[in-house]
Design a protein around this ligand. Structure first.
Ligand code: SF4
Ligand code: SF4
Length: 289
């Protein structure tokens, strides 16, 4: 056992999709787009899933679990049992269901713009549902509640308005993650080049300057996302080294290429986690060969 642990790669964090079902069907969803292994009909039962996660925790030394879906709150039994296995837990939810009180947990609620912009991407009425959910979270709810916006070419002009709408709510902060395109991406979400994305990154930098406590992206992580630096980060993706991605396939977990699936364009990746980890490595003075 000890020998096995020493020879296996160790991951400080993992992400797991505990269900392929979802209450929404967002246009930019990487779970449902082609090239990913998820089949919405197949998922493990709760005891089997938790037993496999406990084993993986021990084998890979995982401390932080990122709970994803689909919509993870569709499986509250998995969350209730699962958060006990890890030191820290982050649950990413679409805000259509009420968060449940869990220990050592951060909730991240996805919202992609003011009502019209958000609903064009995430479905009619979904912005209102997020606001309703936020308004019903009790003041003494122990978990931190954040929002996250996926910035795309389609919503890049409405980010300031979104910040204004969310600041008075129960959300303690907002992170901006930039769209991760697939290799051949014909959607309207992608800028198609890092240089064309820069304008949106600079807008988020401005919002960070204006609302430093509410916008949780690190300043340095945004600087690293600019076109002159981004490839030096994504060519050796820190998320790929530190976060073990687990998707369900039949009765097993499979490991896709990265948290965003198999068909991804690393050169144009703008995932929050990638640049956040890169900035943290810099802060810690860790230079990678
Ligand atoms: S809420 Fe998340 S999992 Fe569900 S469709 Fe939207 S992006 Fe996909
Ligand atoms: S797509 Fe992004 S998160 Fe995935 S491996 Fe590439 S750089 Fe990393």
């Amino acid at each position: 056992m000890e020998y096995e642990k020493k020879t296996l790669p160790q991951y400080p964090a993992a992400m797991v999709n505990i269900t392929n079902r979802c209450t929404l069907r967002c246009k930019h969803c990487f779970i449902f787009r082609d090239g990913n292994p998820n089949n919405p009909k197949e998922e493990m039962d709760t005891p089997a899933l938790l037993a496999k996660l406990a084993k993986l925790q021990r084998r890979h030394g995982i401390q932080t679990m990122l709970w994803m879906g689909g919509e993870p709150l569709l499986r509250p039994d998995v969350l209730q049992g699962g958060v006990k296995l890890f030191v820290r837990n982050t649950i990413t939810t679409n805000g259509t269901l009420a968060p449940i009180e869990l220990p050592n947990c951060i909730y991240v609620i996805s919202v992609d713009g003011p009502p019209e912009v958000n609903d064009a991407i995430r479905g009619k009425g979904s912005f209102r549902k997020v606001m309703d959910t936020l308004s019903r979270i009790p003041q003494n709810f122990a978990s931190t509640v954040l929002c996250q916006c996926v910035v795309t070419k389609d919503n890049e002009d409405s980010l300031a308005e979104l910040v204004k709408l969310l600041r008075p709510t129960r959300a303690e902060g907002l992170t901006f993650s930039f769209y991760v395109p697939c290799k051949v991406d014909t959607s309207s979400f992608t800028w198609g080049s890092l240089e064309r994305r820069d304008q949106a990154v600079r807008q988020v930098m401005e919002l960070k300057g204006k609302y430093p406590d509410f916008v949780w992206n690190k300043r340095r992580s945004l600087e690293l996302m600019l076109s002159e630096k981004a490839k030096s980060v994504t060519s050796r993706c820190p998320s790929k080294e530190q976060v073990l991605p687990l998707y369900q396939e039949g009765k097993e977990f499979v490991m896709p290429y990265c948290c965003y699936g198999n068909d991804v364009d690393c050169d144009l990746c703008g995932a929050w986690v990638v640049f956040h980890l890169a900035a943290k490595l810099e802060e810690a003075g860790i230079t990678r060969p």
